[in-house]
Design a protein around this ligand. Structure first.
Ligand code: RFL
Ligand code: PHB
Length: 395
């Protein structure tokens, strides 16, 4: 093996997804230097279809990062969302209940904008970084080693931010004796498709039906994103486009099904549903951010938004450290981030439990779901609690 470079930076960031890019860009705004190591290529990262709904907190962070111009031009403001069960449908009015809307703008676009900003600022992003390893994170001289193009590399840093998603190395680098993991795996997945068709409704529809959950979402006026709950044993290739559309029509109210415009899918994939949290989110000078530390089921659109609140706390903590020599933000990062993370976990778990069919569900359990949905339909306090969580708890 050839020996490659030796580098130094203030904050070494593992993972060039939305968490790592946003952190790097916000640190840059404070004059703090960082290097991002990404295992894949930029094209690969941008090819992943994921989140679609942004809380105001994330929008504000993107503004602060100087990356919100296109978001403000192209993002769609949603003042509410629709919830259906069978043929009945009602609306949760975010604007009325909380004064705050959400913005529909794809994670792919957020990531594209962040890459553009990092590149414009001359930010260091090393793609195809293989075998990233964390050393001495519990000392004040942490080091990363990795390989690019067959060459060994070494990166010294003051701090390491583990922004490498659920399957990354960062979380695993915290000794098992210190790590506490909490997990719930749901007995179903979401089959999602993207199609170049106008969305069935101008707002999202979260649909509970005896055949299972469905979600009608969108990216823009001619790009729809639809999901249906499916067994974990299904594979995307088992589902023809026609079979998908037929199943979706059966799960949403009849008047919506009649209006549904179908077309060929341009992407089709299955995501498992999981709730997961690791504690603590800091070990010495290693910080976990986003999916590296926690996963929520996508019902309620909290994943990317919770990653954003971690980035907010971490960038503020690091800024205070470098600007004022104050380590209190760093020391309090894990507790502060986890306090908000658990609330997002609770909301995603609650909304998932309310809307999906479970294989072992009894007729009584189903009656409880309907009763709770009908309570939500009629009760303003319940709607307000739902809306406050959906638009995002403060941070
Ligand atoms: P990511 O996006 O997984 O990025 C991690 C990056 O780290 C790289 N990496 C490594 N790099 C170097 N060395 C290693 N050893 C590495 N291991 C991994 C990876 O290649 C990758 O580029 O994590 P991040 O940045 O924390 O971002 C989190 C979000 O991606 C995630 O929370 C959301 O996508 C979740 N999510 C949703 N969130 C929302 O807020 N609203 C939504 O509407 C929403 N919908 C969704 C979703 C996730 C979905 N899937 C498929 C999981 C819908 C779906 C279907
Ligand atoms: C999406 O558009 O991909 C989406 C929207 C809302 C969710 C989950 C996913 O709750």
């Amino acid at each position: 093996m050839e020996s490659g470079g030796q580098m130094k930076t203030q904050v070494a960031i593992i993972g060039g997804g939305p968490s790592g890019l946003l952190l790097s860009q916000l640190l840059h705004g404070q004059g703090i230097d960082s290097v991002i190591l990404e295992r894949r290529t930029k094209e690969y990262v941008l090819g992943r279809i994921r989140a679609g709904v942004l809380e105001q907190g994330l929008v504000r962070l993107l503004e602060e990062a100087g990356c919100a111009d296109r978001l403000h031009r192209e993002g769609i403001v949603h003042d509410g969302t629709l919830i259906s069960y069978g043929d009945a449908m009602f609306r949760i009015d975010f604007r009325d209940l909380t004064g705050t809307p959400v913005i529909v703008y794809g994670q792919t676009e957020v990531t594209r904008d962040l890459y553009a900003a990092r590149e414009a600022a001359g930010g260091a992003i090393h793609f195809n970084a293989e075998d990233v390893r964390i050393h001495d994170a519990d000392t004040d001289r942490p080091v990363l080693t990795y390989r690019t193009d067959g060459q060994d590399q070494r990166l010294e840093a003051d701090f390491i931010a583990g922004c490498d998603g659920f399957h990354g190395v960062s979380r695993q680098s915290i000794p098992a004796s210190i790590r506490q993991e909490y997990e719930k795996v749901y007995p179903f997945g979401w089959l999602g498709i993207l199609s170049e068709t106008p969305p069935v409704n101008h707002e999202l529809i979260y649909a509970s039906s005896p055949r299972g959950f469905a979600l009608c979402s969108m990216r823009n006026a001619n790009l729809s994103r639809y999901y249906i709950q499916c067994p974990l044993t299904d594979r995307p290739e088992d589902w023809s486009d026609d079979a998908f559309w037929d199943e979706l029509r059966r799960r949403i109210p009849a008047d919506q099904a009649e209006r549904l415009v179908t077309g060929p899918s341009i992407e089709k994939s299955i995501a498992p549903l999981r709730s997961f949290v690791t504690e603590p989110m800091r070990w010495g000078r290693l910080f976990l951010c986003g999916d590296a530390a926690h996963i929520v089921p996508p019902t309620g659109a909290k994943g990317l938004n919770t990653a954003a609140s971690d980035v907010h706390y971490l960038h503020r903590a690091l800024t205070r450290f470098y600007r004022d020599g104050d380590p209190s933000g760093i020391e309090g990062y894990s507790a502060q981030a986890l306090s908000r993370v658990w609330k997002a976990e609770r909301f995603s778990w609650w909304f998932s439990s309310l809307m999906h069919r479970y294989p072992d569900q009894s007729p009584f359990d189903q009656k409880m779901q309907v009763a709770e949905i009908e309570f939500l339909r009629a009760n303003r306090a319940a709607q307000k609690a739902m809306a406050e969580n959906y638009v995002g708890l403060p941070y």
